[in-house]
Design a protein around this ligand. Structure first.
Ligand code: COA
Length: 323
């Protein structure tokens, strides 16, 4: 019998150092006003050298396991979404596994840029549904400060560092009202790969390796594709916009987030927003936002939560979760 993945814990880690828009305006030709008006971003956290992708992922995981009341030794799967791994290999997920003292189970990274958490969640969900794992850590951890060109004002103001994690547990309760992941939908279109990419490969030491983006085009794709993704998720579950209690979108730009909230007919207070304080933390943004709203009591048991993201690839997708 298929099993359902129940979301039983959330955790986060944010680097200590906070960099404001005014701080950035001292080094590039930008202003707090421009950044806030175009993106909604006020500040971002930037990792210190010891705050690596694995370090932050492990800290977020410990917090998620503590919240779930589950011992690390019970974890038999670690899936980590990142496009800023500490090393090409081993996967950051196995570094996290080691940091948690785990020797069993299996761990791997997922590379889907800003959709990394949705892809990681979908992968873990599939392993749980088919009985191949029972307790999974799903992590988004990113150190975009390493791949941002700090001289390029069109991108460097947009990103931040951080990590978020959730614990999934197999559950035999699978009825329509039973808690857990109701569906995931993943999409990609490689023909749009040059709209948002990193201009270098691992092992090339030629001054490449920075984010490049056609912001306007990405914006256009984001609104259209995320709207379609929301409809796809709801239709697959025989639900409508009114059924959604919370939208927890990828946090790239407040204007995209607002457009999605409007499209779903959700009151602004039903849309979880962290982009103002975290900026775009890529694969980490959804678990960071979800954890914040769970911890402060906004998202409660049985609430229906729609997660959605679009990122480089292009990749995009959704997850519909009954908490
Ligand atoms: N500070 C001041 N001015 C800036 C600037 C900055 N940080 N970055 C760009 N500008 C300037 C541009 O040079 C341009 O000037 P010009 O008209 O003299 O050429 C002007 O601002 C407008 O630039 P444009 O790129 O058209 O702005 P925009 O309204 O499209 O906003 C983004 C830019 C990046 C904020 C917006 O396109 C966006 O959010 N796109 C989606 C990005 C995204 O979500 N990426 C991640 C997906 S996971």
């Amino acid at each position: 019998m298929p099993l359902r993945s129940r979301l039983v814990g959330v955790g986060t880690y944010l680097p200590e150092r906070v960099v404001s828009n005014d701080d950035l305006a001292r080094t590039v030709d930008t202003s707090d006003e421009w950044i806030r008006e175009r993106t909604g971003i006020r500040q971002r956290h930037i990792a210190a050298p010891h705050e690596t992708c694995a370090f932050m992922g492990a800290e977020a995981s410990r917090a998620a396991l503590a919240q779930a009341g589950i011992a690390a030794s019970e974890v038999d799967l670690v899936v980590l979404g990142t496009s800023t791994p500490d090393q090409a290999f081993p996967a950051t997920a196995v570094r996290v596994q080691a940091a948690l003292g785990l020797k069993g189970g299996f761990a791997f990274d997922v590379s889907a840029a800003c959709s990394g958490f949705i892809y990681a969640l979908a992968a873990a969900d599939a392993f749980i549904q088919t009985g191949k794992a029972r307790t999974a850590l799903v992590i988004g951890s990113e150190v975009y400060s390493r791949i941002v060109d700090w001289n390029d004002r069109t991108t460097c103001v947009l990103f931040g560092d951080g990590a978020g994690a959730v614990v999934l547990r197999a559950s035999e309760e699978v009825g329509p009202e039973a808690p857990g992941i109701l569906s995931t939908h993943l999409n990609s279109d490689g023909t749009a790969g040059d709209l948002l990419f990193v201009d270098g490969a691992v092992g090339r030491h030629d001054g490449t390796g920075f984010i490049r983006m056609n912001g306007r085009e990405v914006f256009r794709h984001a609104v259209a594709k995320l709207s379609a993704a929301a409809d796809e998720a709801l239709a697959a579950n025989g639900m409508s916009h009114e059924d959604v209690d919370w939208l927890v979108p990828h946090q790239a730009n407040k204007r995209i987030i607002d457009a999605m909230g409007k499209k779903l007919g959700l009151a602004p207070e039903r849309v979880v927003v962290t982009v103002d304080r975290h900026a775009n933390t890529s694969a980490a943004s959804i678990p960071l936002a979800l954890a914040e709203a769970v911890r402060d009591g906004r998202i409660r048991r049985n609430d229906l939560v729609l997660l959605e993201a679009l990122g480089g690839g292009l990749t995009w997708g959704s997850a519909l979760v009954r908490m």
